[in-house]
Structures are given as C-alpha cells and as structure tokens.
Design a protein around this ligand. Structure first.
Ligand code: SF4
Ligand SMILES: [Zn+2]
Ligand SMILES: [Zn+2]
Length: 481
C-alpha cells in the first residue's frame, strides 16, 4: 500500500513516554511514514519541537488548544511566534473552540483563537482546527454554536481559500459544506469507524476525497474494537479501510490520495510522483496519452485559471499527478502498463483528449489486446470527427470496447460556455454524431455529464437515453476519477 500520513497524533504526551520508540516503529511497519504532532498547551510546544528534531518522520504544530486558551498571554504568544519559525513546524495548531467541555470561558477561547489565526497568517502556515459543540451532532440551534462561531472568526481573520484542516470532524453536512467552501480540508478520526456513526459516514461520503486527510488523534479515540484503550498511529489502517468502504475505492486509493493531500497541505511525507502515464484507480488502469485538449472546460484542472498554482484545484486525480512534460511514446505507454491482463479494464483517459493521438491510441490498444487486455474503455470529449475531419467511430471498433463521451450540456450554446471548445458552435452536434457512430459500430456507449450548477440534468438524460439511445452517467463536479 502507498505510504500513510497521520496528520494528528499527540506523541509528545506522557502516555507515550515509556515506549515512544516502539510506537514509532509500529507506525513505520504499518506504513505510516510521516506524523504531525500538535501541541496543546504552553509546555507541550517545546516538547513537540524537541521530538520533531529527534525523529525525522515526526513534525510539529505549534499552538494552544482552546482548553488552555487562558495560557495565551502576550508573552506566551511571542514565545510561540519564535518557536513557529523552526523548519520542523508544519502548522499552527491545534487551535479553535471547544464548547463541549468549556474549560476556558468562550470569550477567552475566541480571543486566543483570533490571535493564533493572525499568527498563522503572518507566518504563512496552515492551521489545524479543533471544534467541539456543546452537544454532539447537528449544527442547528444551541449545538451549532461552536461551528458557527468558528467559521465566523475564520472569515474575520483569514481570507478564503484558507489553508488548514478541520480535525476530528463531528458536525453535520452543512458544517462540512461550509468548511469546504472556505477551502479547508476535513479529517475524521476513528469516530468514523464506530457502529453508531451512520450519519457521520453519510457526511463523509459527500466530501471529495481530494479534501480529506487522515488522523488518529492518538492517544485518544482508539478505533472500534480497541475502544477505551490507548490509540496509536499504527491503527491508521482501520480508518483507511472505513474510508475505502465509504468511497467505494480501494485502500490503496485512499492511502495515495490522502498522503498527497497531506503533502499539499503541510509539506510533509513523500513528494508525489509527477506526470504519470499509467495510473491505477480501483482495479482499472488509466492511461494518460496527452495533456493537449480541444476543450477548455471551466471545471478542468488544466484550464488556465485552475492550473496548478500550488493551491486549490490541481492536475491530480485520486492522488495521481497527471501533468506531463511531454507526450509519452507508444513503447513508453506499453512499458508502463506491463501485463494488461491483471486489470479489469484499461482506460484511455488522463487530463487531455486521448483521441488527439488517435494513431498511437489505436496502436497501444491493439497491442494491449494482443497481450490479453480484458476490456478497453475510451474516455473522450467526442471531438474525434472534427479533429481528424472524418468519422472515427468505425476505426475504434475491435480495439475499444466501451466509449464514455462527455456530453456535459443539453445544447450547443451552453456547451460553448462551459466547455469552450476549439471548434465553436458546431462541436455539440458533432459530438452527438460521434456517439451515434460508436453505438452503430457496436461499442458500449455512455454519455456523461459533469453536474455543473445551471445544467439541466434531466434534459441531458433524455438526449442520451431517448435521442441517442446510449447509457447516461452524472459525474460530481468536484470529485473527478
Ligand atoms: S475535455 Fe477533459 S481534459 Fe479537456 S478541458 Fe475538458 S475536462 Fe479538461
Ligand atoms: Zn482536537
Ligand atoms: Zn488533538
């Protein structure tokens, strides 16, 4: 499995004094290659830093937990500011609001939170946010005050998108949405694995995986089966399995994606491999033939506005970086695939339009079939006929078993607005024509639509199933792959 990152474990705590080395060894054996230890009170800020310097895989977050907000004097704050410039400090945390135990009075918590957010801003560090409501579950009424106040203070002190994570999330769908709108990552601890946490799992299902990081919150919140005992980073695997079930992905997909997220957010753990040609999601092997495209969809990570600026959306799909420095040759693609019979299906996809390289696509496809590929799918924008100035549907027959075409809108005008094709208004009708050719050639065809605000999904469904007589699938706007 890909390496894991535990973005929240309090390894500095006394519970680990007797066997910290053994804990780190077990974490390593479980694949946890980087760990982030957030300080909670004044004294622990020095300890997390000392430990981070002793163990290379351990990183520190500097902060004051809302329980200890009263400790944040001016003197303490300047002390933290000094510590936080250390190279092993990956974040400011954990900070936030805790109305559940309310150990510090609410106004004191809020004031400390503001000061620490401003510190994070000055130092350009991400934040680790703690939020606990007076009562668990729901954000409405009395029980929603903690989240409401947290979001209000965040908006007051920082400008979205905010670099940070809302850790050990326990709110409802509205709170999750607000966190995502602010640009935050969301993380759950083993609370997600508890049998009674059905509603929390429903919230988790709706959170795009590219905004999720993993945490144990050790020594607290041991997973189901070990409840009440001391938690430790090696148990992160149980959370990975829960996520895999919730998202209908493999544990590998969860590990890879969340580790890439942790790298982006905190700069810890291994740097992701860039420019992948063949990449695995579930048991499908995807092939990235080119980054060139004849569309410039507003939602695409390759579009000018969105492209990799070190934050926000980026050319990653489920933890795979798809921006290549050049197009791979046929031989390079085949070498990257290895034995194609190992996979349920091989998909020509990637960020870019594979049909632009039709000759190479057909050559790769033919040789993969010879080597035992079980099923070959093409994900395309459907511009093939316009790109090559002839009907290419029949040429795909025998090599491609299934074609998935991005229809995206119910009419040519809206297609122009959202997909901004190189061929102008005639593009939409040509896509429909391409779909017909593929259906008539006997391939399985599915028209897909990215659920953008303002797109009439019902009209799209009718065009696909009634007019074109092919399959239909809606894709979530911000959850590609
Ligand atoms: S068709 Fe795909 S690769 Fe091309 S711009 Fe649209 S989303 Fe991006
Ligand atoms: Zn916390
Ligand atoms: Zn914590």
């Amino acid at each position: 499995m890909d390496p894991l990152v535990d973005t929240h474990c309090h390894l500095h705590r006394a519970e680990f004094d007797a066997d910290r080395e053994a804990i780190l060894q077990r974490a390593k054996e479980a694949g946890v290659v980087a760990l982030l230890d957030p300080a909670t009170d004044r004294a622990s800020n020095r300890t997390v830093l000392e430990l981070a310097h002793r163990y290379p895989q351990l990183h520190a977050a500097i902060g004051i937990h809302p329980h200890d907000a009263q400790e944040l004097t001016e003197d303490a704050l300047s002390g933290l500011a000094q510590l936080a410039t250390d190279e092993k400090v990956a974040a400011i945390g954990e900070i936030g609001l805790d109305y559940y135990r309310e150990i510090s009075p609410r106004p004191v918590q809020q004031e400390a939170f503001r000061k620490l957010l401003r510190l994070a801003h000055e130092l350009a560090k991400p934040v680790i946010l703690h939020c606990r409501q007076a009562e668990e579950g729901g954000t409405s009424g009395q029980s929603g005050e903690a989240y409401r106040d947290l979001f209000a203070i965040l908006r007051e002190c920082l400008k979205p998108p905010i670099r940070g994570v809302l850790h050990c999330f326990s709110g409802d769908a509205d709170a999750a949405k607000e966190a995502l709108d602010l640009g935050l990552y969301v993380s759950f601890s083993a609370n997600l694995t508890f049998p009674k946490a059905e509603s929390l799992r429903r919230v988790a299902k709706e959170i795009p995986l590219d905004r999720v990081v993993l945490e144990t919150d050790a020594p607290f919140l041991a997973p189901q089966g070990r409840r009440g005992k001391r938690n430790e980073p090696a148990y992160l695997n149980e959370l990975v399995e829960s996520w895999a079930k919730i998202k209908d992905l493999t544990s590998e997909d969860i590990a890879r994606t969340t580790s890439v997220n942790a790298y982006h957010l905190f700069g810890i753990g291994p740097a992701p491999k860039r420019g992948k040609v063949a990449y695995l999601i579930r048991n499908s092997l995807y092939l990235n033939l080119t980054n060139a495209c004849t569309d410039r969809c507003v939602f695409c990570a390759l579009s000018d506005e969105q492209f990799w600026k070190g934050e926000g959306r980026s050319p990653f799909v489920k933890g795979h970086h798809l921006r290549m420095s050049r197009d791979p040759s046929v031989e390079e693609v085949l070498e990257d695939v290895g034995d194609p019979s190992r996979y349920e299906e091989i998909v020509f996809c990637g960020y870019g339009e594979p049909v632009i390289r039709l000759k190479e696509l057909l050559e790769v496809g033919r040789r993969l079939k010879e080597k035992g590929a079980r099923w070959i799918r093409l994900n395309t924008n459907g511009h093939g006929d316009l790109i090559h100035r002839r009907p290419i549907g029949p040429e795909l027959k025998g090599i491609v078993d299934e074609v998935s075409v991005s229809l995206n809108t119910p009419n040519a005008e809206q297609y122009l607005e959202i997909c901004r094709p190189a061929f102008g208004l005639e593009t939409y009708d040509s896509i429909k024509e391409f779909i017909r050719e593929c259906r008539e050639a006997g391939m399985k065809v599915v028209a897909t639509v990215v659920a953008m605000p303002g797109v009439d999904l019902e009209a799209c469904r009718r065009i696909a199933t009634e007019e074109l007589k092919v399959g239909y699938r809606v894709r979530t706007y911000d959850d590609v792959g």
